[in-house]
Write a protein that binds this ligand. Structure first.
Ligand SMILES: Nc1ccn([C@@H]2O[C@H](COP(=O)(O)OP(=O)(O)OP(=O)(O)O)[C@@H](O)[C@H]2O)c(=O)n1
Ligand SMILES: C[C@](O)(CO)[C@H](O)COP(=O)(O)O
Length: 238
């Protein structure tokens, strides 16, 4: 990150890494679980660091492993933060963690991305598509993939209430990108959601979907971690 990157169009990225990973059940917070010897977070940060016009990186870590980052804390071993990156403590839910990260983003950034550390293999071009869509005027942009299964809505008893046309459905991923003031207002609204776009949508903004990537899958379960291990082994990465 250089002064040249402070030009209009600068990008800030909040990497949320404060979740416990209860579904993975690895005994350490999920973002710090090792994948080929390095924390999931390390892969996410490596990609973020390659993003053009990057001005500000904020990593939101679990309270026990957050600011001030303890250099001797072994969970961080293998994570190479870009110079100027900031580490802050997250909260009980993703909404709390994003809000904490957003508060620490450099105010000169006009585009802010929120990225799940758990989507650790997301390719750089997904980030670039999201930034490009916001630069072109969208209030927000999220990567998404067509839904391959037939999806049903059900009531509390499990009785099917509808079969949405899957042509209109997308499974969304991260990074989710927004004009900074739009995201700040959404997070200042007191609304809560599991993803950033949902908050921005509820504040009345249009958010567009750009092409996602199967590699942007979220490591949620042990099977996902095995899949990530296989993909890295196949790519010969460490
Ligand atoms: N309080 C939280 C919860 C989640 N996250 C982050 O948000 C992303 C998506 O959350 P998810 O994968 O659902 O993570 P966990 O909440 O850790 O998973 P689980 O629901 O299995 O406990 C992850 O990178 C996670 O670290 C966060 O920063 N703070
Ligand atoms: C933000 C997100 O990754 C988009 O798919 C997702 O909403 C994270 O939370 P989840 O509870 O694991 O769906």
């Amino acid at each position: 990150m250089t002064d040249a990157d402070a030009a209009p169009g600068s990008v800030g990225v909040v990497v949320v890494a404060a979740g416990s990973g209860s579904r993975l059940g690895a005994g350490v917070p999920k973002a710090f679980v090792r994948l080929h010897g390095r924390p999931l977070l390390a892969y996410a940060v490596d990609t973020v660091a390659r993003l053009p016009h990057l001005r500000s990186v904020v990593v939101v870590a679990p309270l026990d492993h957050a600011a001030p980052r303890d250099a001797a804390d072994p969970v961080w071993e293998g994570v190479e933060l870009p110079s100027g990156a900031v580490v802050v403590a997250g909260g009980a839910e993703r909404t709390d963690s994003v809000a904490a990260g957003l508060a620490a983003v450099d105010a000169t950034c006009d585009v802010v991305l929120v990225h799940d550390a758990a989507r650790c293999l997301t390719p750089l071009d997904v980030f670039e598509r999201v930034v490009e869509a916001v630069r072109r005027g969208a209030a927000g942009a999220v990567p998404g993939l067509p839904v391959v299964d037939t999806v049903k809505s059900v009531d509390a008893e499990g009785v099917i209430t509808g079969t949405p046309d899957r042509a209109s459905l997308r499974a969304v991923q991260t990074p989710q990108g927004f004009r900074r003031e739009v995201l700040a207002t959404a997070y200042g609204s007191g609304l809560r959601a599991t993803d950033d776009a949902a908050l921005v949508e509820r504040c009345g903004h249009h958010v567009v979907v750009v092409a996602g990537d199967p590699l942007a899958f979220k490591v949620t379960t042990p099977d996902d971690l095995e899949r990530a291990e296989r993909l890295l082994a196949r790519a010969g990465r460490r």
